[in-house]
Write a protein that binds this ligand. Structure first.
Ligand code: BEZ
Length: 238
């Protein structure tokens, strides 16, 4: 592992923080982040390098799912520490030449940030020198319509991300906001959700003695049903 001088170490943004602001050049023109995304959910993610196989598989998958994320009010923004012309050439190659798992002619329409100076990547803790000091790791920031970081996922260079999981996170975060609930392990729309834990002895007693619309496994662990249709009609664009 390389020795990083303390003076160059930057604190990483955390869940609940305001997403650090920056302006950047992208394959879709300049962006002012996160200001221009105000009112929308954003998945801001990094990848290690253009013209590499795992990243290519990820970009093709993400681009193929872009409309699904858009329907969930979520925009995609990518970043690597490569330059703009490398990004353009790579995205053209993906569209013109790569046929992978039934995906072909895939056009990446979401912005891909050039970050040769690593300024943005460092702001977001995407450079993790124990893994690589010249490439970003596979970081994913889920940012809400108010510009607050709501979830963060980090994968190493060798491990391609699971896009079903990224979609599940976006739906689960929005469901938690919309219904004031939490979501249990492996939750998917239609599964039972967790109601806030009883905050008084009276409510705990009531829940254990008189469970109406919920199932209580114990006083602190109660679930209720919200149908898949109700979750999706609340969250997804009509
Ligand atoms: C890849 O995307 O295939 C990759 C990128 C950097 C290091 C290792 C693999």
């Amino acid at each position: 592992m390389e020795n990083i001088p303390q003076s160059t170490a930057q604190p990483m943004p955390r869940i609940g923080d305001k997403a650090p602001a920056f302006k950047a050049v992208t394959t879709q023109g300049e962006i002012n982040f996160p200001e221009q995304y105000s009112g929308s959910w954003v998945i801001f993610f990094s990848h290690p390098a253009d013209f590499t196989p795992v990243c290519t598989s990820e970009f093709m998958t993400f681009a193929s799912l872009e409309s699904k994320f858009e329907q969930a009010h979520c925009k995609l923004v990518g970043l690597s520490v490569d330059g703009l012309y490398s990004h353009i050439a790579w995205l053209r190659t993906i569209k013109d030449k790569i046929d992978y798992k039934g995906m072909k002619n895939v056009e990446v329409k979401f912005p891909l940030i050039e970050d040769i100076t690593m300024e943005v990547a460092k702001k977001y803790g995407m450079i993790q020198p124990g893994e690589s000091s010249t490439k970003a790791v596979r970081a994913v920031f889920f940012i809400d319509p108010k510009g607050i970081i709501r979830a963060i996922v980090y994968y190493p260079l060798s491990l391609g991300r699971n896009f079903d999981e990224l979609y599940r996170v976006i739906i689960a975060l929005q469901a938690a906001d919309a219904f004031s609930i939490a979501t249990p392990a492996d939750w998917r729309p239609g599964d039972d959700v967790i109601v806030p834990t009883a905050g008084s002895c009276g409510v705990a007693k009531e829940r254990m003695e008189n469970q109406k619309d919920m199932t209580c496994h114990d006083w602190f662990f109660c679930t209720k049903k919200i149908s898949k249709e109700k979750v999706l009609e609340t969250i997804l664009k009509k």
